[in-house]
Design a protein around this ligand. Sequence first.
Ligand code: PLP
Length: 414
Amino acid sequence: MHTANDNTAWHNRAAAHTPGGVHSNARLVGAETVLVRGEGPWLWDVEGNRYADYMLGRGPAYLGHSPANILEAVNAASANGMCLGSATQLEIEASEAMLSVVPWADQVRFTSSGTEAVQSALRLARAATGRSTVIQFEGQYHGWVDGVSLIAGPSVDRPLPATKGQAPSSYSDTVLLPWNDLPLLERIFTERGDTIAAVIMEPVNIFGGVMPADGYLAGVRELTRRHGTVLIFDEVVTGFRLAPGSAADLLGVTPDLGTYAKAMGSGWPVSAIAGASWLFDGVASDQVRLSGTYNGNSAAMAAVIATIEATRGGAVHAAVDEYGTALATRLVAKAAEHGIAVRNEGYPAGFWLSFDSLSAADSQQAGFEVAKALRGRGVIMYRRTWLSSAAHDAETMDFTVDAFDRALSDWSHG
Ligand SMILES: Cc1ncc(COP(=O)(O)O)c(C=O)c1O
């Protein structure tokens, strides 16, 4: 028998009116926990249970939930009108702030979601090159829309839709390649480099848990440059998280276009495309159309400016990285106490644990199972990835290691 105020009762209410009880399919796993509040590194559900949060809204809450300085800036901006519908002072300041931390780019356009930023980047690349073909990589995510939501098919030229309802015409120009296979990419470029508008990639796939092989990114950079193809880094997750200048800065490989969202707005819906001026040719004359009612809205712009100011100088990133490094070290040691050999992979601000004795697929599955056991012990994460924020502290650290200890017992005896 459930009371009116428990998770199950609320989830049933949700599911009565909304498919799966959630408003994004990425949330179907864990939908039965109904949240009411987030503060700093913690979340609370309808039953009053508290969770240490390593999901962080799936990326945005890099500074923790509702950080006071960002909230103040957003509230002040919103009080002056939220959607003014023409050029605003805040947009201009946000653009300048953005380009100050992505200095290789000359121009920026703000959009509202990661998916929109990706679509905009692909349009810019196709317009600038006059070519149609786009290369993507298996296992990477660039949003849910028809043209990019793909899985491997019978050949690299014939990817399959990730879900029902996607029009085949929308991805007929997409080549889907396995990740980290530079010789294959080189062959495709040799065969038809002059038809390829863009290569789009997540330089580090944090939620998929896949790193680039040594030299791979530099190799792709060299090939794309040689063939006049636009290299797009989808930094919707990694942007502003892995380093102040994002993964491009950290990894030392500069794309032609970058897409950003999540951590750049500390939770307010905002995204951006940034890149070299020539890629934006024709946008100002409306020959290349990029539009959006909510682009540059005041709350989003204030959030971007305040987030960049709050993280300027690198001290916040250093502190988040220090937390992530210490947490990973303690989790690896705790697993060893259970006789389980794990390694941490990724970067301090977004890492995952790999189980030494298991295949890659089984290791990923084990990670999902441990994440599920952790939720029962008061720790929330997305897939198997640990995202840290500036709000995590000694209390969350001890709580998390203790929960991990118990979750491993649940998992290994379960
Ligand atoms: C790398 C990447 N690109 C694009 C997207 C799509 O962003 P959004 O969900 O804001 O549309 C995501 C979402 O998680 C992402 O991880």
